[in-house]
Design a protein around this ligand. Structure first.
Ligand code: ATP
Ligand code: MN
Ligand code: MN
Length: 305
């Protein structure tokens, strides 16, 4: 059921099957962006956005009263949702919990109706929650790290991954940093993925101690870039490509071609207004091939001994 393209709507009109209540409520107060504009944004980028969340357990950030009031990072089922998938999955604690996963465009718009602004999928699908299909290196610059250094860091991560025979993909976060994503042959057990991510980050920090830190407890060290490899365990999430962020300016997490890295000015270069324009101009997917690459970590892990 495709979401209908966004046009001007009045209160009570529907997006697909979903009625957006309080369409004129301003959810981004600094920018005057309304709940209806958020729904329209997701409807207009749906073709690009949906593959990054469909069939994956997602955590969401809900700001029912807008970003000026309380926002919630929510991992589990929200009462009243009718158009999303739900799956009982084991928690770290061993207990079972009900996770949600978008099925289609209607799921996404229903979540927006429930106040969701940000989508954060697992690196796994509901069918195989115990097996990862991607590694995410989350580059988190400390407070006084200039943008050129973040760019250089992403390039270095890209090059080192290539040297290991791994193709990787670049995304802005809509925040301070960048993500480098390595698609895997679906079916990598989480412990292997976690070992690889830790080893890669550790090796990087050892080789470039004035540039990187890979220890969570030293994460916010000034002057260094934290290679946050902890995105890579069962149940951990990272922001979805094309997701909005609940931050001033309504920035978007944007997948890019590596060739575009040099043109970036920050992790916040794209937002709710510029993203649909960019997508309208794009001829090919900047992440073309990401879902068909079958990369395996078995050989790579041997290089780390
Ligand atoms: P930035 O570029 O500003 O760092 P980011 O999305 O990478 O943006 P991080 O703070 O580095 O933000 O967080 C990385 C990921 O960790 C997030 O995208 C999110 O999926 C997950 N995360 C963030 N906050 C929480 C939280 N409270 N609980 C669990 N996971 C979280
Ligand atoms: Mn980050
Ligand atoms: Mn992080």
């Amino acid at each position: 059921r495709p979401a209908r393209a966004a046009t001007r709507r009045q209160a009570g009109q529907s997006t697909g099957d979903i009625v957006i209540s309080h369409p004129d409520r301003v959810v981004y107060p600094e920018d005057g962006i309304t709940k209806q504009q958020v729904a329209d944004y997701y409807a207009s980028v749906m073709r690009w956005f949906l593959p990054s969340v469909a069939g994956r357990p997602v955590s969401v950030i809900r700001c029912p009263e807008g970003t000026a009031k309380a926002c919630f990072f929510q991992k589990h089922m929200i009462q009243g949702l009718k158009h999303v998938g739900s799956a009982k999955l084991k928690e770290e604690s061993g207990a079972q919990a009900t996770y949600i996963y978008p099925l289609d465009a209607v799921s996404v718009i229903e979540l927006v109706q429930f106040g969701v602004l940000e989508f954060h999928p697992w690196g796994a699908t509901v069918e195989q929650p115990d097996r990862a299909d991607r590694v995410v290196f989350d580059l988190d610059p400390g407070d006084d790290v200039g943008w050129e250094r973040v760019v250089a860091a992403a390039r270095l991560v890209h090059r080192r991954l290539s040297q290991l025979g791994l193709e990787s993909f670049l995304r802005t976060t809509g925040g301070k940093g960048l993500h480098v994503v390595v698609p895997l042959n679906p079916g990598c057990p989480w412990p292997q993925v976690k070992d690889f991510a830790r080893a890669f980050a550790g090796t990087l920090a050892q080789a470039h101690p004035l540039e990187f830190v890979a220890t969570a407890s030293k994460a916010r060290r000034n002057g260094l870039i934290y290679v946050d490899y902890l995105r890579n365990s069962r149940g951990a999430t990272s922001v979805a490509s094309y997701s909005l962020r609940a931050r001033p300016g309504a920035p978007v997490a944007m997948p890019l071609r590596w060739a575009e890295l040099g043109k970036l000015k920050s992790g916040r270069d794209f937002d709710i207004r510029s993203t649909p324009k960019r997508l309208a101009r794009l001829r090919t997917d900047p992440w073309a091939g990401v879902d068909t690459l079958r990369q395996n970590l078995d050989q790579v892990m041997k290089k780390f001994g």
